[in-house]
Design a binder for this molecule. Structure first.
Ligand code: PGA
Length: 254
């Protein structure tokens, strides 16, 4: 994937009909580019529509917002990595803060989901980030490192696995509060150094994205940090009109 990586997490927005309209409008306004990668994470029911719409575009990748770790079975309401891949997803989001804090996903479960994605030949994007309480208690670093270590602990062949990381401070998600580029850089540096301990120099190849109240007004400043390899965008990615300027954010290093 080319850096910067601009990722749209639609959350529970844009079913198949709205997803089709979004993709028609977005792709019409976003001619192919070879200086960045776009990832769209639609809800599971719209995966196939988005994958078909993007099928001629190497610069636009489709991903699942969540997967279950089992290959199949009695898990009502869940989808497996293989099913997501069959619907066109090439990557799975794992451990998003809403999965952790609204649905109670544990570090151990995130680890099993990363393992499942890798087993199916899919890439994954593991999200880490502290809550406001944890930040105020001075626990940011320990929380982020724990989520990182446990999230990656079961992935086979981690050294060659296809994955990305996203730092998303929970207090910045959907709140209008954004980490300063200095704060984001400091955590990205911490994460990269831990990753270097885990997989050596290959850690340089792993993109680390920032997420949390990103919009067209702050995307350029966030991407100006050399430690920030991309952005994971929620609210501002739901409409093609607000997503397009973020996808086109100018960057100095390309
Ligand atoms: P937000 O969400 O951009 O609405 O803060 C980011 C995310 O949850 O990935």
């Amino acid at each position: 994937m080319k850096r910067p990586i601009l990722a749209a997490n639609w959350k529970m927005n844009n079913g198949p009909t709205a997803a089709k309209s979004f993709m028609d409008a977005f792709l019409a306004g976003y001619p192919p580019r070879d200086d960045r990668t776009i990832i769209i994470f639609p809800p599971a029911v719209a995966l196939q529509v988005v994958a078909v719409a993007a099928s001629r575009r190497n610069d636009v990748i489709v991903g699942a917002q969540n997967i279950h770790w089992a290959q199949k079975g009695a898990f009502t309401g869940e989808i497996s990595a293989g099913m997501a891949r069959d619907a066109g997803a090439r990557i799975a989001l794992v451990g998003h803060s809403e999965r952790r804090h609204v649905f109670g996903e544990t570090d151990a479960q995130s680890g099993k989901k990363c393992e499942a994605a890798a087993r199916e030949g899919m890439a994954f994007m593991l999200c880490v980030g502290e809550t406001l309480d944890q930040r105020e208690a001075g626990e940011t670093e320990s929380v982020v490192l724990r989520q990182l270590r446990e999230g990656l602990s079961r992935t086979p062949n981690l050294i060659s696995a296809d994955f990305l990381l996203a730092y998303e401070p929970v207090w910045a998600i959907g709140t209008g509060l954004t980490a300063s580029s200095g704060d984001a850089s400091a955590i990205h540096t911490l994460v990269r150094s831990e990753l270097c301990d885990m997989i050596g120099t290959r850690s340089d190849e792993i993109p680390i994205l920032y997420g949390g109240s990103v919009n067209a007004g702050n995307s350029a400043a966030l991407l100006a940090s050399p430690e920030v390899d991309g952005l994971l965008v929620g609210g501002a990615s739901i409409e093609s009109s607000s997503w397009l300027p973020i996808a086109c954010t100018p960057v100095a290093y390309t």
